[in-house]
Write a protein that binds this ligand. Structure first.
Ligand code: ADP
Length: 434
């Protein structure tokens, strides 16, 4: 009802009350009574409205007249719209929950305190969760593997984590976490047991095949040596045998590298680590490299920070450092310079090999640690490379929680650095005292 209509009604009431009052001789008493009646009606409607609002049971709007009818109507329409939107939202949420329930992958929602909020059926099966006991439990109480706890707490979820399931060790699970909202986390769990088994079969096959090739190769190499001694008079045969011996040696290196890689791939972390004297290790690597370097006229310098020992596996570290130094020698034209450094700072321990060699184009760098990836196939083979050296380096570093960095400029040189975390270091005095 418009304001003008309301004013008109009020004016009519006042006039009628005054007229009646005037006829009876009490115009102002009549006016006051009329206005009091209007006020009482208004208070009554107000109370009805409050009562109806408080009930909030979706009941029909109470009957009213005049401007109160308009108020009731507009309130009712608003409430109706609100309820419809609420119902729509609820049905969307129900549909999302239903589809998430039906997913084959496990889904767990974790609140900002790291406690479980909700999970789907697949997660129940994979993690053995129970409702309602596990609602509100800390996820790290249910998955107690230290690798999971470290992964969960570090809040860097770029790479997924693979672990055997606690409830069933045959099950291999892949965990991926995503942060959302206010520090809440969504955890996706995939059953990768089949992929894992296939990967293990592949690894076993390569390992077994390499192992099987070892004995025939040793026999062939033995005969080739004997035959060479007998062929002094036959230069053609001698040359052929020499080449055959070279190829057999190459095959031997390949088989050894493949075996080493298979062993390294079996686990991503070290089970047996002990303090390694990196200075001593590098002097050994330097000694072995020196022979080849001298042949090529290279100058190798060694700078070592002797204050700390590195926790790790000595033979693996030797293999990684030696591969990097040998590569520097192989891929640096004669009479080059090679600098080998080991130093410790707040960030951790660092090993680096810099050479004045052929360098590597930027677009190759991300692929260098792939098996058999070579920038120049011919050059690598001519240098006796197996194409597996940097893949070995990568796996040794993964097992030592370290990372590889490659910095290179074509025709200027390359620097390969290995960065070890500070928690892998032990001060020398403390280790010798203990
Ligand atoms: P390879 O046995 O062929 O040396 P690696 O895995 O050790 O295999 O190295 C892969 C490739 O990376 C090499 O073929 C080479 O092209 C390149 N590379 C490695 N180290 C260096 C280096 N210091 N300078 C230039 N290129 C390098």
């Amino acid at each position: 009802m418009y304001l003008s209509q309301q004013l008109k009604r009020l004016a009519l009431l006042v006039t009628a009350a005054m007229a009646l009052g005037w006829l009876l001789g009490y115009p102002f008493v009549a006016l006051s009574l009329a206005l009091l009646t209007l006020l009482a009606k208004s208070i009554y409607q107000q109370q009805r409205l409050l009562h109806w609002l408080k009930k909030d049971d979706g009941s029909e709007v109470p009957e009213a007249s005049g401007s109160w009818e308009d108020i009731y109507d507009s309130l009712y329409h608003r409430l109706k719209g609100h309820r419809q939107r609420e119902a729509q939202l609820k049905s969307v949420i129900d549909r999302i929950q239903e589809s998430t329930q039906a997913l084959r992958d496990g889904v767990v929602m974790i609140d900002s305190n790291g406690e479980i909020d909700w999970w789907n059926r697949a997660a129940t099966r994979m993690l053995g969760l129970k409702r309602p006991d596990d609602v509100g439990q800390a996820i790290t109480n249910l998955i107690r593997d230290p690798r999971f706890i470290r992964y969960f707490d570090q809040r860097d979820y770029t790479d997924p984590l693979e672990l055997p399931a606690t409830a069933n060790r045959q099950l291999q699970l892949q965990f991926t976490l995503t942060e959302f909202g206010r520090s809440e986390r969504l955890m996706l769990i995939r059953d990768v047991s089949r992929l894992h088994a296939l990967e293990r079969m592949r690894r076993d096959f390569v390992g077994n095949a390499s192992h099987e090739l070892r004995t025939p190769l040793t026999v062939i190499r033995g005969y080739l040596e004997t035959l060479q001694d007998q062929c002094d008079e036959l230069p053609l045969f001698k040359r052929a045998l020499l080449q055959m011996e070279g190829q057999a040696k190459r095959m031997g290196s390949l088989v050894n590298d493949m075996l080493m890689l298979t062993r390294l791939e079996t686990t991503d972390s070290l089970l047996d680590s002990s303090p390694v004297d990196v200075g001593q290790l590098l002097r050994e690597v330097h000694g072995e490299a020196q022979l080849l370097a001298q042949e090529r006229g290279h100058q190798i310098t060694l700078e070592i920070d002797e204050r700390y020992l590195l926790m790790g596996q000595e033979r693996e570290l030797f293999s990684a450092f030696s591969n990097l130094v040998m590569n520097a020698i192989k891929y640096t034209p004669d009479a080059g310079t090679i600098r080998v450094n080991w130093w410790v700072d707040d960030q951790g321990g660092h090993f680096s090999v810099s050479d004045s060699g052929i360098g590597i184009d930027a677009h190759h760098i991300s692929r260098l640690t792939e098996r058999f990836y070579r920038v120049d196939d011919g050059r690598s083979r001519a240098q006796g490379g197996t194409g597996l050296g940097l893949a070995i380096v990568k796996h040794v570093l993964i097992r030592h929680a370290a990372r590889l960095e490659v910095d290179s400029t074509p025709n200027v040189g390359s620097t390969f650095s290995c960065h070890f975390p500070a928690h892998q270091l032990r001060p020398l005095e403390q280790s010798s005292a203990g």
